[in-house]
Design a protein around this ligand. Sequence first.
Ligand SMILES: [Zn+2]
Length: 700
Amino acid sequence: MSSCTRLLYFVKHRSLWAHVRRNVTTWSPVGAAFNAKPQRRQNLLEKNVGLFGVSELSCPAGFQAATETALRNTRRLVDKVISGPSGVETVESFDQLSDELCKVADLADFVKVAHPDPAFREAAEKSCIEIGTVVEKLNTNVELCNSLKKLLDNPDTVSQLDPDSRRVAELFMFDFEISGIHLDEKLRKEAVALHVKLLDLNNEFLVNSHQPNRIARSAIPEHLHLHFASEGSFIQVGGLHADSPDDLVREIAYRIYLYPNADLMKCLEELLKCRYKMAKLVGYESYAHRALKGTMAKTPETVMSFLQLLTDKLSDKTAKDFTMMSNMKKKLNPLNAELMPWDHPYLSGVLRAERFNIEPSLYSPYFSLGACMEGLNHLFSQLYGVSLMSEQPSAGEVWNEDVRKLAVVHETEGLFGYIYCDFFQRQNKPHQDCHFTIRGGRWLQEMGKYQLPVVVLMLSLPHPTQRAPTLLTPGMMENLFHEMGHAMHSMLGRTRYQHVTGTRCATDFAEVPSILMEYFASDYRVVSQFARHYETGQPLPKSMVARLCESKKVCGAADTQLQIFYAVLDQIYHSQPQNRSTTEILQEMQNKFYGLPYTPNTAWQQRFSHLIGYGAKYYSYLMSRAVASMVWKQCFVQDPLNREMGERYRREMLAHGGAKEPMQMVEGMLQRQPTMEEFVDALDSELNPNFETFLMDSES
Ligand SMILES: [Zn+2]
């Protein structure tokens, strides 16, 4: 409680800070916290409060204790659900049960990948496995399922549920369904067997899709050996080397890395077959039909029509992009001029650099981490009236000294939640920008208050040096804004149930809040509020921001078309079984939806590891982007700092997490029903050049 009042005190006196800020080296609290080195903790006698303030987690062995407590509470709640009356209490108990398990499992999921101490990582991994096993058992607990079924099958009890409780009850039921629990004994056994088999196949595909391929050293020209790893008399190719300026290196990498691996292909074919069988068994037309239930798109037909419309709309722009790449290839290599799939990423980079001078080191002095954090703080206070307040973590609360803790505080409503910022590179830390939910928000009926959400944002930024704070490239700055979009979705969500907290929403909606932040990050009115040279205090020139925005449009249609091709492939693989191999399907879809020719004896799909986690939902990013683009253009482009729009956005979209139909949230925000054509137009129109930029450049 005391920390909360202290934070409110800070909020009330924030305006004072603005007045005393005379030069760039004085930041208000959040900026200062990120531009300074962390203070070394002196007091060794201070009590260890445990990771994230969970008292058991002051040592690795604490994971066992926390897991046991969670499992004990789970058993109690299972009994309560089974023996209790049918009604809203059933949904509440289910959510509480899920909260008990998630509280430990989500935290452990993070710790097992991010903690620098292997003992903590191992203990967390054990907890994950233990809880995973219990969840598997609960998913096949007939009595538990029946209590939910009883509730949902009775029109009287259903009619008494509020919309949120009903949706959450249906979501829990959806999880049960996949284990075939509602089927008769024989079919249920079949479903369980399929489920087990699928877990193995998923794992096998995930692991092997990242394995390098190898080839005899003698098979490739000697002067190229240095580009690849060696293994005795073999050369190992572990990736596409897509950015290599050497045509031949890219071609060799493409042909070898994607050379078909018979076992992997068999694994994929088997996996898709099992997914289809499973979906049919539990009552769906195809795996895609099941996966898309509850999403914004709702059906595979809608997804395919979106992808087809987008392809048609972009076709002229895509053709122009490929012509540009072809011409560039002719210029660079007149002898070997045909444009091939391995040229696309490299040549689009060359074209971008040639057209616009966007060398990252020109920008980064203006984007010190502290300045960017201050910019986010300022933006959020303008849009939602919330501030990011830097708070000193207690002893043992964080896993590494450089982790910062932010309290998210509303000007009148008080503390909203906590964001732990694990921003800096370190050994053994995954090199991945990521948002983790550590604790979901939910209404605590018994205590009459809200369980505050807790999240971690993980980035891999360079450390500050003696001479300079951490400086971000434009790409890093955009990623920071993107991840903060996820974090604010978690913080501003106020769902009654944690099962649908913040980012726990439909996959094709989940990226809307984060992509929307990318639009803010490229708008000069937002950027000019914080981008100052860390040494001179000079503001970032407007023409430089404009150039950055224009550069993203170079080859943008071709890049989008490549994503469409992948999304289509994912849809077809998860539709009804096709009487042809995954490679034959790939070849046809590549011709129809991409434009660059298929290369014989390659099988790109065996590297498509997103098929596991995103099965039938790879289109999600494109659709989220379309919605974010519409929201930006309709609601924020006029005035990106408009409080009224910020409030509407919070109320209509962010507050609901996954508790509301995603399309209803979009309609609430846009105040009308958008059409698929409008989605497509939004993505198309953002590729149109802005002629003002060229004028600005010719003036400067
Ligand atoms: Zn994201």
